[in-house]
Design a protein around this ligand. Structure first.
Ligand code: SF4
Length: 474
């Protein structure tokens, strides 16, 4: 997938002016967040579960090598194969080689953000293998040559009319705007693809070390058909998805469904444990797991390790005011919203991804809803520091920050300077107390007036209030 993160600002401007997109995004404001709130209210122990989820993930990350090796040996014991992919190129080549071994012409795919991350569809097509997305949202996007804008609702940026047009242009059937008819149409078309596919590729929400199983969580059941009908099943997932036991997995499933869609449990929770065994009625003859690293192991032991706790629930983006205003495509790569603003610079480099950690109001909502308590604002701040240290920010921002730091370290200078600045701003604002223009702050004043200070600094106001309180108590 092409990297467009350096153009975040322009893409965000375009998104704000796109009426269709704004209509589609409006659904998000009342959809997932409200459902999550209801589900959380119904579960008094939800906060305790979040703590347990955070602690368990931290434990796993401390012993990641151990659990991954246990998972690998169990998969092999069950008759499957494990492949280690350090880079995206490694992962794509491994998957293509497996497809070639079984002479695959078409592969069906369940929804998988890791395959988006490695650009698998384009790679397979370039090498003569036709991928067919089977998650309804992903299928619609594939017909439109489009990309996901959300990690669990990939086509959230589209309206019913967009879907109707995409089906009409590709299915050679009468045009319809009835969701039930469109759904039936997709079912009929995809059933044939499921049956004809040589290979099924799915992601995995979790990999269970004690049994060598992988699990996928869906609400459509397409993942089940993808992994049971073809002769070969390839699971493409990333190394941090491993959990020690089935019981640990259920803790995360409870957190995941409530945080993502407000469900108590997702509709389909499907485990795969190796290839078909003697006496099994169905299932693949070959079972492969491709474990993708792609920079994740470099996060271990750094300030970004916490990000590897992510269970891809999407709660952070569902509650993010920036995501809600500009949508996922503005972020310019695979992972949008607050989690993407931390992960993307790690994967494509801060030089290209630096815009994203700056696209935050730091309201803290993302951290407050994250089921595994990832300190997303703190991690974005780390990226901003990294950007500053590498001299990647615009000169005006760098000099502004450096001047502020110079003053802040010298209170004898800082106090009179801020007093003077505060008085000047109040005088400049005039009677209505609002500034229409301010040097170095056009990003704010181009769009709204800035309220002027009342002629006093924060410290002066605070001291006055303390004095007044002390007076009241006497
Ligand atoms: S960062 Fe937290 S809230 Fe966001 S997708 Fe990951 S687990 Fe969910």
């Amino acid at each position: 997938m092409q990297i467009n993160t350096p153009f975040f600002k322009q893409r965000a401007h375009d998104a704000l002016a796109d009426e269709n997109l704004q209509k589609a995004l409006a659904k998000l404001k009342t959809g997932f967040p409200e459902k999550r709130a209801i589900a959380v209210d119904r579960m008094p122990e939800f906060e305790q579960l979040r703590d347990e989820g955070r602690d368990l993930k931290n434990h796993i990350l401390e012993h990641l090598d151990l659990y991954l090796e246990q998972f690998e040996s169990k998969v092999i014991e069950n008759g499957g194969h494990v492949h280690w992919a350090r880079t995206t190129d490694d992962a794509n080549q491994i998957i293509l080689d497996i497809c070639k071994q079984v002479d695959a012409k078409t592969v069906t795919k369940g929804k998988s953000m890791v395959t988006e991350e490695i650009g698998l569809n384009d790679f397979l097509e370039q090498n003569g293998v036709q991928p067919i997305e089977t998650d309804l949202g992903e299928y619609i996007l594939q017909l439109r040559h489009d990309h996901p804008s959300h990690i669990i609702a990939p086509a959230i940026h589209l309206n019913l009319e967009d879907v109707s047009e995409a089906f009409h242009a590709n299915h050679n059937r009468p045009k319809s705007s009835d969701p039930a008819v469109l759904m039936q149409e997709a079912r009929e078309v995809l059933r044939e693809k499921f049956v004809a596919a040589d290979v099924g590729i799915t992601g995995a929400n979790f990999c269970v070390a004690e049994t060598g199983s992988t699990i996928i969580v869906t609400n459509e059941g397409n993942g089940d058909l993808t992994q049971t009908l073809p002769k070969t099943h390839i699971v493409v997932t990333s190394i941090e998805k491993v959990v020690p036991t089935l019981e640990d997995m259920t803790l995360f499933l409870r957190l995941l469904a409530r945080s993502a869609t407000g469900q108590e449990f997702s509709v389909y929770n499907t485990l795969s444990t190796g290839p078909r065994r003697e006496g099994d009625q169905d299932g693949p003859e070959n079972f492969h797991v491709v474990l993708v690293d792609n920079g994740r192991s470099e996060m271990i032991g750094t300030e970004f390790q916490d990000m590897l706790r992510c269970i891809r629930c999407s709660a952070c983006m569902n509650h993010c005011p920036v995501y809600g205003a500009v949508g996922g495509h503005s972020y310019g790569w695979v992972y949008p919203g607050p989690m993407g603003s931390v992960l993307t610079p790690q994967m494509i480099g801060i030089e290209k991804g630096g815009m994203l950690p700056n696209a935050s109001t730091f309201c803290g909502k993302c951290e407050s809803v994250c089921p595994v308590k990832i300190p997303l604002p703190k991690l974005m701040r780390h990226w901003r520091e990294d950007e500053f240290e590498k001299h990647l920010q615009p000169k005006a921002a760098r000099y502004g920050l450096a001047s502020w730091a110079f003053l802040a370290k010298r209170p004898a200078l800082y106090k009179p300077y801020t007093r003077m600045a505060s008085w000047l701003m109040k005088t400049w604002a005039g009677k209505n107390g609002r500034l229409k223009k301010l040097p170095l702050a056009s990003g704010w004043t181009d769009w709204r007036d800035m309220p002027a200070p009342q002629g006093k600094t924060f410290m002066q106001t605070w001291k006055e209030q303390q004095k007044a309180k002390a007076g009241e108590q006497r």
